[in-house]
Design a protein around this ligand. Structure first.
Ligand SMILES: Nc1ncnc2c1ncn2[C@@H]1O[C@H](COP(=O)(O)OP(=O)(O)OP(=O)(O)O)[C@@H](O)[C@H]1O
Length: 260
């Protein structure tokens, strides 16, 4: 793997919560266009990694470089502008707002709007709105053509699977380089989960440069959609490789089953 294939390079990433070491000198690279599964038992530091990387929590130690730019001390907004978008374990949609409005929340760094712009250049504003609507619709269509015909409906009308799709579209509308998915299958049936994974594979085919890091517990999902996996335990990376390799690893087995 050449250096130019590395999109994100994390070195020594460490995070303390008081006396608790949630991330322990983690080294992790993400390559352009890959789907990396981030695995590990409950409490092993997976979500903390996302939170530190996206500027929600500060790094206690270590650094992260995205596409050649050091993002270690960036605010959440700056990391987002640099090209990292994410979804959360729990849904963060505004249920009373429309599908389109929810997606546009994710597009604020691309809007040229401001109060003056809106008031004085109303035609330009209308054109921008139309362009944004078309972009959002195109994106939703990759997930579900049926959903693309319901752009103005409140999100409260949609079932869980569609809400997850909308959340991923909201993350993708900013055209990130890296998408972080935190347990997208949480709360969904087996069937819905597989449907969502088909969608993620479709997104991947649509944007082959996009790198995805996915936290997931369901093994059939991990096996199907990841190119590579990294396994955490007590905040440390204990194994990295293909899914077939990591499930054979002794330390990984012990981490999941408890030491014999
Ligand atoms: N804001 C916080 N304050 C204190 N401790 C925290 C905080 N966030 C996470 N932790 C602790 O850090 C450790 C790692 O938690 P984290 O949520 O990253 O694990 P995880 O691997 O994502 O787990 P799960 O699979 O259950 O979501 C846990 O011991 C957790 O209790």
């Amino acid at each position: 793997m050449s250096e130019s294939d590395t999109l994100l390079s994390c070195t020594d990433v460490t995070r303390y919560f008081g006396g608790l070491l949630a991330l322990d000198h983690l080294d992790l690279d993400v390559h352009r266009g890959e789907v990396l599964g981030l695995l590990g038992p409950n409490g092993s530091g997976k979500t903390t990694f996302f939170n530190v990387l996206t500027g929600i929590y500060a790094f206690s130690e270590g650094r992260a470089v995205l596409a050649g730019r050091d993002v270690t001390r960036d605010t959440a907004q700056a990391v987002y502008k640099a090209g990292v978008a994410r979804t959360f374990q729990r849904s963060r949609l505004c249920l009373s707002l429309s599908l389109f409005d929810n997606i546009m929340v994710g597009n604020h760094n691309r809007l040229s709007l401001g109060m003056t712009f809106n008031l004085l250049r109303r035609r330009a504003f209308a054109r921008e709105l139309e362009a944004n609507f078309a972009a959002a619709r195109d994106l939703v269509e990759v997930f579900s053509p049926a959903l693309a015909d319901r752009m103005n409906e409140p999100v409260a009308n949609f079932p869980m699977l569609d809400r997850r799709r909308i959340e991923i579209c909201r993350a993708l509308i900013s055209r990130p380089k890296l998408l972080l998915l935190d347990e997208p299958s949480a709360g969904m049936t087996h069937e819905e989960t597989h449907q969502l994974m088909d969608d993620i594979l479709a997104v991947r085919a649509h944007t082959p440069e996009l790198a995805i890091v996915i936290i997931e517990h369901e093994t059939s999902v991990i096996e199907r959609i990841t190119d590579r996996c990294a396994v955490l335990n007590f905040g440390k990376k204990i194994c990295e490789g293909s899914y077939a390799e990591v499930i054979e690893n002794e330390e990984v087995r012990e981490a999941y089953l408890g030491a014999a």
